[in-house]
Design a protein around this ligand. Sequence first.
Ligand code: PLP
Length: 423
Amino acid sequence: MPFIKYLKCSRCGRKYFLNEKPVMCKNNDLGRLDIYYDYEGIKDAVSREELSKRPFSMWRYYEFLPLSSKENIVSLGEGGTPLIKAKRLGEKLGLKNLYLKDETRNPTGSFKDRAMSVAVSMARELGFTKAATASSGNAAAALAAYGARAGIDVIAFVVDFAPYGKIAQLLFYGAKVFRVKWTTAEDPTVKMLKLVVEKYGFYPSPSFGPFNPYQIEGPKTISFEIVEQLGWSIPDQVFVPTGAAALLTGVYNGFRDFNMVGWINGYPKMVAVQSTGNAPFVRAWVEKQDPMNIRPWEKPPETIATGLEDTFPWDGDAGLKALYSTGGYGVAVEDDLILESMKMLASLEGLFAEPSGAAGLAGLIQAIRDGRVDKDETVVVLVTGHGLKDPDIVKKTAGDAPVINPVEEEFVEKLREFYKVVL
Ligand SMILES: *Cc1c(COP(=O)(O)O)cnc(C)c1O
């Protein structure tokens, strides 16, 4: 059995045990069923030394995850991503200890694979054969891939402006995909998700907690890995691109779990980054809103960071508490800075990220300008999604490459004209 004592609704406090197969709170209050672990049991079952002998994948942290049987694990080799010391980028920004956690290397190209590996494994354990999601694209692509692997049918409602890279993945993974038009502030994909869950009995598997409490356990393993990769030490600040704030919550929970078993002592500052075109969570932090009463964004999102488009941060309650309790903060960044960050990641470190994936770096640059980062601090930036998911963004800003006939003169001329280089 997993080391879970019980689950408890974050809104009404109703308790559930795992044998009741809970997914959403029965009181219909859209609280999240937070999982309470038996840390004494975990401590007896596994040690730091034992861990270090296992393969470097997110499932090496099995005891901290909600599965009852290893046989139900649905894996495509997610997690175990590199923590890259960014020397050139660090020099440019004046930081001595800058690290990039490269989540673009996950099987479908985003960290959402960690979440969906856990969610689909749990679907198998709970006996579901069909699952549905509401997503801006990445969570849906991940669910579709793991669903394919497990033989679970997937219906995906994605926002109408989702980049085609993500739609392409979804279609060939075999999901039934719908682009849903966004007209009012309310997220229309969530409306459709509720419909198929309530009326047609689908397993709800979006990447936010009130609809699925298990997936949020996946991103915990990002922090576990960071701690191990830093030689069992804690960074000073971690920059997290934020939409629903499930990632932020998961990453915080990872540090919490390692504190609870006594393997580390303390927390990094958790830093949430959003685009100024949709920043309900950062606004909640700025205005010190009550975590249980976060005000949704008033209109549809306007940003190139389509992965951060949640107008209501579903896990914002836990996310805000994570900022408050670690001395962290929120940063809103302009789309231009996100684009600049994409270029810097690619041209200085060889890392190609989509806009949402590079938003963490944009947040760091803004935080440096605001005087919130010391040059000696150990800073980790999560790079969350691959650039090939949304190549159109590059085309819109950088244009296309020049076309030439295979002759020297044209090469030299275009090199000068287009790239401003003279040989
Ligand atoms: C989903 C997503 C995020 C944000 O995660 P939330 O849990 O919604 O806050 C960040 N980056 C990428 C690439 C994503 O797909």
